[in-house]
Design a binder for this molecule. Structure first.
Ligand SMILES: [Zn+2]
Length: 242
């Protein structure tokens, strides 16, 4: 817990309870890393929502994800885009942005939903996380039309007309500054900043494919710090949404 001493102090001074959820993006990629992160979550006894890329699912990915969600209530899945391709000709990467019409977005989300439903049936939660946390108002309208109830991006995303309720992640566990990963002190400061100002919910975004052994050990220390606090509780995304 040494690495997160400032967070420990902040949490012990905070009185207001905070609910924490974890969203791991890019299911379908890097199965071995996903498996390792999920083993950690099992050992840590925490819930994890995995955002799955429909078009990336191999037979092996489907087998792994099925095993996870059938093994324990702690694992839940939802849709993460369709192919995770960038369709934006200029500017920041985006699968569901201004260079895609409403109909194109609708078709992609519907195609992705169909793949996930065929693979996992009713176990898919009605949440949509757009790749790179970016989308526009047409995306939200398409989600509504397709009975996907919630949108999840990251805090301070560009405002859009949300046809569906949105609940965002707050903290990027692999936060970078100008392309360089934060060092330990910067990461602690960044996380403390969010826990300092958070109202009652904090979502932590993970990317299993970039979490190596050292990073997972550090993540374990972060979680131990949260668990040691009386005011932090852990929840699935659906339990928070409802
Ligand atoms: Zn992604």
């Amino acid at each position: 817990m040494k690495a997160f001493r400032e967070l420990e102090a902040l949490l012990s001074a905070r009185e207001k309870p905070v609910k924490v959820f974890f969203r791991d993006d890019d299911g379908g990629w890097a199965d071995d890393h996903l498996q390792a992160v999920c083993e950690d979550f099992t050992n840590l006894e925490l819930p994890l929502d995995i955002a799955v890329i429909p078009d990336a699912l191999s037979d092996r990915s489907i087998e792994l994800v099925s095993r996870l969600i059938n093994s324990s209530d702690r694992f839940a899945i939802h849709q993460h885009g369709f192919t995770h391709a960038n369709h934006q000709l200029q500017g920041r990467s985006c699968e569901f942005g201004s260079d895609r019409s409403y109909q194109q977005q609708y078709n992609d989300i519907a195609a992705g939903k169909k793949i996930l439903t065929a693979a996992f049936g009713s176990q898919v939660k009605p949440i949509f996380t757009p790749p790179w946390n970016r989308c526009n108002s047409d995306t939200a309208s398409a989600l509504h039309a397709l009975d996907i109830e919630y949108l999840s991006r990251i805090v301070r995303s560009e405002p859009i007309d949300t046809a569906v309720p949105e609940f965002s992640v707050t903290v990027d566990w692999l936060k970078k500054n100008k392309g360089v990963a934060l060092n330990q002190a910067q990461l602690t400061d960044y996380i403390c900043g969010h826990f300092n100002t958070a109202d009652d919910v904090i979502g932590i975004m993970l990317h299993h494919e970039h979490m190596d052994q050292d990073n997972r050990v550090l993540f374990g220390e972060f979680v131990d710090t949260l668990k040691a606090s009386q005011i932090v509780s852990f929840h699935s995304m659906m339990s928070i949404a409802q």
